[in-house]
Design a protein around this ligand. Structure first.
Ligand SMILES: CC(C)(COP(=O)(O)OP(=O)(O)OC[C@H]1O[C@@H](n2cnc3c(N)ncnc32)[C@H](O)[C@@H]1OP(=O)(O)O)[C@@H](O)C(=O)NCCC(=O)NCCS
Length: 154
């Protein structure tokens, strides 16, 4: 299993396909509905099997220098509950820290709230209801800045 950022056209096709199958298809949403206008500016990550087929994906973008937002977290059904989502979230949080943002926000599906709470996110307020049936909650987490100071010899 590897964690990596999609790079080739094939990577991106499989990456968006997983997003669509997990987050859109069950609600009869068309292909294309799994993307938004921020894809080119975003950090994308995927966990892949040994054949470089993604089994979990996630994305982060920046709303400002201070605030990042995580979206489109999706793990293949049979791989859920095995730590893949946590790997993706930690990877994105590290990248966000490196860029110096101070907090992360996301809109969690009600069924995913426990997952984010385990990773230190707190509910701020009720948010939108997607496709009229999936309640979302705005959640946030403050992140400590990472200091990349040179190591001192002792
Ligand atoms: C939500 C999701 C991304 C989490 O990824 P995952 O790989 O299943 O999660 P992990 O295995 O890393 O779980 C980490 C912890 O959160 C818990 N957890 C994960 N999903 C949970 C859920 N839906 N309800 C309760 N607890 C959950 C796990 O039990 C685990 O707890 P532990 O550390 O005590 O064992 C994934 O389940 C998924 O894709 N779900 C369907 C799509 C979705 O809802 N995406 C989120 C949109 S906001």
């Amino acid at each position: 299993m590897i964690i990596t950022e999609p790079s080739s056209q094939n990577d991106f096709e499989l990456y968006y396909n997983l997003r669509w199958r997990i987050l859109r298809k069950p609600w009869n949403q068309p292909k294309g509905s799994e993307k938004d206008e921020l894809e080119v500016k975003s950090i994308h990550v995927m966990v892949c099997n040994e054949d470089r087929i993604p089994i979990g994906v996630g994305r982060a973008h920046f709303n400002s220098n201070e605030e990042a937002q995580i979206r489109y977290m999706a793990v293949e059904d049979e791989w859920q509950g095995k730590g893949i989502g946590s790997m993706i979230l930690s990877y994105l949080e590290e990248k966000i820290k490196e860029r110096g943002a101070k907090n992360i926000i996301l809109n969690a599906r009600d069924l995913a709230i426990k997952f984010y709470e385990k990773h230190g996110y707190e509910i701020v307020k009720e948010a939108h209801t997607l496709f009229d049936v999936i309640p979302h909650y705005k959640m946030t987490k403050k992140i400590a800045a990472t200091l990349n100071l040179p190591k001192r010899k002792v």
